[in-house]
Design a protein around this ligand. Sequence first.
Ligand code: G6Q
Length: 544
Amino acid sequence: MATTEKAVPLTQLSAWKALTSHYGQIKDVQLRTLFADDSGRGERLAVDALGIYLDYSKNRITDETLKLLFKLADESDLRGRIDAMFRGEKINITENRAVLHVALRAPKDATILVDGKNVVPEVHEVLDRMSAFADRVRSGAWLGHTSKRIKNVVNIGIGGSDLGPVMAYEALRHYSQRDMVFRFVSNVDGTDFAEATIDLDPEETLFIISSKTFTTLETMTNAHTAREWSLKKLGDEKAIAKHFVAVSTNAAEVSKFGIDTANMFGFWDWVGGRYSMDSAIGLSTMIAVGPENFRKLLAGFHEMDEHFRTAPFEKNLPVLMGLLSVWYNDFFDAQTVAVLPYDQYLKRFPAYLQQLTMESNGKHVTLSGDHVDYETGPIFWGEPGTNGQHSFYQLIHQGTKLIPCDFIGFGKTLNPLGDHHDLLMANVFAQGEALAFGKTAEQVKAEGTPNWLVPHRVFEGNRPSNTILIEILTPEVLGKLVALYEHSVFTQGAIWQIDSFDQWGVELGKVLAKNIITELEGKIVGKHDSSTSTLIDEYKKLRG
Ligand code: G6Q
């Protein structure tokens, strides 16, 4: 299917119809029964690829379900859509752009064409400049205006220009340069900037202004505040060159701000914000973990790209996870997916995935502009285990909502301390087991529970989960994990026939906020609904 051609509506595909009737047969089948009937299910419904072991046996599926889901992928021309992305076709049709984050991690000798031009050499040129700069900052060769060593790096950015860098810094902290401080400022709430810089010395602080457009309100406001904060101590405008660098596609705005474009690291319009952590937007990550580790991260991304592009769907990790997500979202009416990493370093991974998944697939019209008559992107959320177990897991176990879960665990810890790691991992396995198989009334009674208490202590089970097991968290592994979810999102978007790469929904709020700002400055009195007008008046009273 060419992107602009009108596709057969999803619900008219024969695989979709077959899945609808298949759902009727399987919806009450218990995981307990599926496992009892097939002693090899646990080993059989698993894929081991690129050092990632995905156990998807605790899903409410049979071989027939899988067959139909793969048929759905074929009828949706998933293969063609994947090839179109890798070929640099403008699959982001509403912005008429190619979608080529895969080019950011392609090896030097690869060829990926956009409008007939190979983009890979430029990617590597920027990477080389980033590496040289990161090395200078890390080694102390890059000095501040007053010849002091840079000890603090503050990334200022928001959305795609923030969440990836924060997540990657936290995830790879073990590999980071420990004598440096890394902070991330995103919110236009002044508290974010104030707290991030409260204990920093401007003479030792480098700001990375990360903004694709270099016009984003929050980022530019924080960037100007950072400039004032620096100049207050450093005095001299010339100091800006030593304490500010930019990551952007907009050279004109960068130099207007006062940053020498020699200190600018570029990227391209075919890199979506939420797919940009492996572009120059990752500069803070590179300074934190070093160029070598950053390249390992890219190599991990690339391995997953190749796997997604070439592995048969039956063994293809992102395709499997994407199709399972469609299965619950569209047939079981599951509203959300919980991502539960059992690794403290991945504490920002669910927040990162929220943008990746929800900004990509939160769409209500198809590529041809028709309103969908099925559900699209589910809500992604999560927290690291075991913490979540002591708060929201209750609802997953005994609530009335079906919440498919992704557990992520590691064979080895980066911080071996007594038996902590076995205790952590025992909980991963226990949670998956409890969700799938629950505890019957008979089992509860057999424990001597009084009859009145039995219903409260029953776990129905039949709650699905994936479990991802990996040896140890490394930069390569992080790259593979992020790419796994990126391509799972792609798979889902292809099935739903939506543009996973635009974000028009973000725009309206921005425009309305701009209007209200002029009102708050007292320049005009705007016309709003009675609620908004009253709220603005109340705010004015409160602010005094
Ligand atoms: C991501 C979105 C959005 C974007 C931010 C920051 O896909 O486009 O989150 O990254 O709005 O934009 P700038 O990088 O242009 O400041």
